[in-house]
Design a protein around this ligand. Structure first.
Ligand SMILES: Nc1ncnc2c1ncn2[C@@H]1O[C@H](COP(=O)(O)OP(=O)(O)O)[C@@H](O)[C@H]1O
Ligand SMILES: O=C(CO)[C@H](O)[C@H](O)COP(=O)(O)O
Length: 539
């Protein structure tokens, strides 16, 4: 475990994102109004108080999360002018190649069904591994009627490159036309360690993206042999493991390859300067934000030639590309700024500014960020520290979270069932809610199996048990950070889709034994907009 106390010198705009307003020289309170979340295609063009837009400058932040993308447009006081969101279109990169399924009956069913772990849509799915799945079907009484063993190629089936690029331009289309000429800067956050390897000559991907929670254990021995013990990169899901795995596969065009993270790649589409990242995204490929450089043990590797250059988050990279600028009607001086990861953008949005304040992002995954004066790194538990100006965001990201809920309940069911939960009553159910085998934090165990059974008759009790079990994981995570030497947590703000669940907040407050509240701004896109504001002000 590495612990250090370091205060890099730099402007701490992050922690005080609102500069004194020019007119009256003092901080204006951020728009307390809940953001007006827009319909899929719609977006407002009024300011936060419904007034007409003046000719002031605005700042566009986009969040490319796990399940969808959003944008927020703010002014220099943090007032929200427009928001919109888009689901990711599911373009299939190639058909999933299901070998002939095997219908099992009687003994076969009873044996495998006893291992059933979770429900996907309306059939129960037992996912042994990436190689095959078992689907079960039940009659109205819940009795198993048939069971299919599906072998599938371990190829990704969604064309994420096409999906993300389409979503980027769809969101630009959603920006109200009358606001576009006022957009002074743009920034984007994305899922951490989502890795894209491009040909620097053509800009085309040389491989499918490695997603944020994808593990490359094949590369771990090599990575552990070059990195310090328990370094952040010593995890199968680290960006460095993904880079080494690609390098070992014998990927073509190695000499012209460049590595980008998801938000770097989306920003590159807008500014056109290949190979630029930020020190939050670059942390998991091995960049050291404390000394602001890659370590020698990494630079001495043959694949270090793929590493992007690194700037602080919210740093101006260049102007919006002319073809995109003219197509959408953005101004000539619109700059594109470096981004960050989705959970850090959520932290920025929450405006937690003092050590001991923390943000738990209840998105598809559970991501925890505690503002600390100490830097803590310990890959044994999936703990790492992101730099935030002169302090550290200590935490990690669990594979539990909203995506598991979404596999079992629709958002409407979550809302209705939660109404019947008594948050002051402890649930006796003890689960470890995961979508599939593997956990990153607070236990770093690629073999950890999901635990979502026994399922009670009552869906209210089942949901209560899952919410409380996720809260216990969150509590374990905060205890771990304290044991590793981070600043003691005093208050937890909540971001992400789960923040809307008041009952869950109350359950978490009881389980954590801490004040827990919803952040005023719960969307990571708002944090990305603050980065765009920072970039414009320092441009
Ligand atoms: N009422 C609710 N209670 C708990 N979780 C919810 C509720 N509504 C939505 N969610 C969860 O929020 C998650 C989506 O949050 P979001 O921050 O948009 O995710 P991401 O950005 O990671 O894609 C979903 O996985 C869903 O299960
Ligand atoms: O779970 C995730 C995707 O939503 C990411 O892992 C999350 O962003 C946490 O990574 P980081 O701490 O580097 O931001």
């Amino acid at each position: 475990m590495l612990v250090s106390v370091h205060r890099p010198t730099c402007s701490s705009l992050f922690l005080n994102p609102l500069q004194p307003s020019q007119e009256n020289g003092h901080y204006r309170t951020v728009n307390k109004r809940r953001p007006t979340s827009m319909s899929l295609m719609g977006s407002s063009s009024k300011n936060g108080n419904g007034g007409q837009v003046s000719d002031q400058r605005l700042y566009l932040g986009m969040d490319f999360g796990t399940s969808g993308a959003r944008f927020a447009i703010i002014d220099k006081h943090g007032m929200i002018f427009s928001e919109a969101k888009r689901e990711y279109p599911k373009y299939m990169r190639e058909q999933v190649d299901c070998l002939p399924s095997i219908l099992l009956r009687n003994e076969g069913i009873r044996f495998l069904a006893s291992l059933c772990t979770y429900v996907e849509s309306d059939v129960e799915v037992l996912r042994y591994s990436d190689e095959f799945r078992v689907l079960v079907d039940r009659d109205i009484q819940g009795k198993l009627t048939s069971l299919f063993l599906l072998f599938r190629k371990s190829e990704e089936t969604i064309d994420w490159i096409r999906s993300w690029k389409t979503t980027l331009f769809s969101l630009l289309e959603d920006v109200p036309v009358n606001l576009r000429p006022l957009i002074a800067s743009i920034s984007i956050d994305g899922t951490s360690a989502t890795t894209i390897i491009l040909d620097s000559n053509t800009g085309e991907p040389l491989w499918r993206p490695f997603l944020y929670n994808e593990s490359c254990p094949d590369a771990l021995p090599m990575v552990k042999s070059i990195a310090p013990a328990n370094h952040t990169v010593c995890s199968g899901t680290s960006t460095l493991c993904k880079l080494v795995s690609w390098w070992n596969i014998g990927g073509a065009n190695k000499t012209s390859a460049v590595l980008l993270h998801q938000s770097d790649w989306l920003l590159w589409i807008l500014h056109g300067k290949l190979g630029v990242s930020d020190y939050n995204n670059a942390l998991k490929v091995g960049y050291d934000p404390e000394v602001e450089s890659y370590p020698l043990w990494l630079l001495s590797q043959p694949y270090s030639q793929l590493l992007p250059s690194v700037k602080a988050p919210g740093a101006s990279i260049g102007f919006l590309k002319e073809d995109i600028r003219t197509k959408f009607g953005f101004p000539k001086d619109c700059v594109v700024c470096t981004g960050t990861t989705d959970s850090i953008a959520a932290f920025l949005a929450a405006r937690a500014t003092e050590p001991g304040k923390a943000v738990t992002s209840l998105g598809s995954t559970l991501a925890i960020k505690l503002l600390s004066t100490n830097r803590i790194e310990d890959a044994r538990f999936g703990v790492y520290s992101h730099r935030l100006d002169d302090k550290w965001l200590v935490g990690g990201a669990s594979n539990t979270g909203g995506a598991v809920l979404r596999q079992i309940f629709t958002d409407e069911q979550l809302e209705k069932l939660s109404d019947h939960i008594n948050p002051m009553e402890a649930s006796p159910l003890d689960y470890y809610p995961l979508q599939a085998v593997g956990e990153r934090f607070p236990v770093a165990d690629p073999e950890m199996a999901p635990r979502l059974h026994p399922r009670p008759q009552s869906d209210v009790e089942y949901l209560h048990g899952i919410l409380e079990s996720i809260a216990r994981i969150e509590a374990k995570a905060y205890r771990l950070l304290k044991d590793l030497g981070a600043t003691q947590v005093e208050e937890v703000f909540t971001a992400g889709g789960g923040a809307k669940n008041e009952k869950w907040i109350r359950i978490r407050e009881r389980v954590l034994g801490l004040p827990v509240r919803r952040a005023i701004q719960t969307e990571a896109a708002y944090g990305a907009a603050l980065l765009a504001l920072k970039g414009a002000q320092h441009n």
